[in-house]
Design a protein around this ligand. Structure first.
Ligand code: PLP
Length: 400
């Protein structure tokens, strides 16, 4: 028996509706009535358990989803946001004030990079970008006004692996927070259990898995989540990026199949990774023992969920990348589209799409080639059949 099993933790939640409906009822209200005026006052002061005040603060559907997220992460609490960027920006602004400093991995999601690099200077918050796998560099970047280390468990799009226990140690020594974006590896890695203080997600990706909405989440201690939605000064309460309850109820249902989906995504990605290795094309996948982050990943992961569904191949030129992607779309491998964690395979050229916010010189210095094609491998039942289509395109375009 596992000591920590995120899937069983979700399964064990007894969440049902007021009429015994097996899926909890969907909150269709912005506000909530009280029979006694005092209860309303108490609720405003955060002192009445089980009462809801206003849906931007809490609502029953989002509470059910948040409880499932907290169960998955092993955190006290969670809060569901309207997008992954909503989660990331609220978590950062909750921790940092004007004059503060952040140490961040240089390889992050493009939107996160743009927020750190272009937006935070508005608030006089500065950021040092580091190679997050170089712990001496991380330590050296910490200053007296540093408030957090920010990273992704598996960084986008180069799939570097952050050593969360080591980064947590560094953060704790300096009395600062470690914030981890775990979008690529739900269930596979539980960052909070490895020492991260705050875990953020784009639920748009694997957690929801249907590509029918954008959504995000913040998982942390009761104190942190409570602070985030404090009516007087909570960042999430005051900036207001709450997830719509209709969406949270549908994401909650999808969370119950997440463990099966992660296993299949990982199985298919590893299969394709091994096939790409045989062709001699440069391939990035943490499941390969040749990957620089493989050992760190093994140390942190629940192996039963595999190494995740994302692979990146390097075709050296954008022209080759484009030709291959166009051929693969026509051949029915999947869609030329940004995003990931979908039941169908998606592929895009990172430098020209999801990382285009990162200036080209920084892209090169972080080792990102203009011919990098990132695949989010789908739930294909017959992955050899998909590989044959890819192989056909590799030959058709003269890449091999
Ligand atoms: C997509 C993504 C985000 C942003 O999430 P949205 O839901 O699009 O706002 C953040 N981090 C990572 C790693 C992502 O892949």
């Amino acid at each position: 028996m596992k000591t920590f099993d995120p899937a069983s933790n979700i399964q064990d939640l007894m969440q049902f509706g007021e009429f015994g409906d097996v899926n909890p009822s969907i909150t269709d209200s912005a506000t909530y009535t009280f029979m006694q005026a005092k209860t309303m006052t108490d609720t405003f002061n955060g002192e009445s358990e089980g009462c809801f005040l206003y849906s931007r603060h809490w609502n029953p559907s989002n509470k059910y989803l948040s409880d499932a997220l907290a169960a998955m992460e092993g955190t006290d609490a969670a809060w569901a946001t309207a997008s992954g960027m909503g989660a990331i920006t609220c978590a950062i602004l909750q921790i940092c004030s004007a004059g503060d400093h952040i140490v961040s991995s240089v390889t992050t999601y493009g939107g996160t990079f743009a927020f750190l690099q272009n937006y935070l200077p508005k608030f006089n918050i500065s950021v040092s970008f580091v190679d997050i796998t170089n712990h001496e560099q991380v330590k050296a970047a910490i200053k007296p006004n540093t408030r957090m280390i920010y990273t992704e468990t598996m960084t986008n799009p180069l799939l570097q692996i952050s050593d969360i226990p080591e980064l947590a140690k560094i953060a704790n020594q300096s009395g600062i927070k470690l914030v981890v974006d775990n979008t690529f590896t739900p269930m596979i890695v539980a960052p909070a259990r490895l020492g991260a203080h705050v875990v953020v997600y784009s639920m748009t990706k694997f957690i929801n898995g249907k590509n029918d909405c954008v959504a995000g989440a913040i998982c942390s201690s009761n104190d942190f989540i409570g602070g985030l939605i404090d009516v007087n000064n909570g960042t999430a309460m005051l900036l207001g990026p709450v997830l719509d309850p209709l969406r949270s109820s549908s994401i909650l249902k999808n969370m119950h199949t997440l463990h099966l989906r992660m296993k299949q995504h990982s199985y298919n990605a590893l299969y394709l990774a091994n096939k790409f290795v045989e062709t001699g094309i440069r391939i990035n996948y943490p499941g390969l023992s040749s990957h620089p982050g493989h050992k760190t990943m093994v140390k942190m992961m629940d192996q039963s969920f595999g190494f995740g569904g994302i692979i990146a191949i390097d075709l050296e030129s954008a022209d080759k990348a484009n030709k291959l992607m166009e051929c693969m779309e026509l051949a029915g491998v999947g869609y030329l589209a940004v995003s990931l964690g979908y039941f169908k395979t998606l592929f895009s050229n990172s430098g020209k799409s999801t990382s285009s916010e990162v200036p080209e010189d920084i892209q090169r210095s972080m080792g990102m080639s203009e011919g990098l094609v990132r695949f989010s491998v789908g739930l294909d039942n017959d992955i050899e059949r998909s590989w044959q289509k890819i192989l056909h395109c590799l030959k058709e375009t003269g890449i091999i």
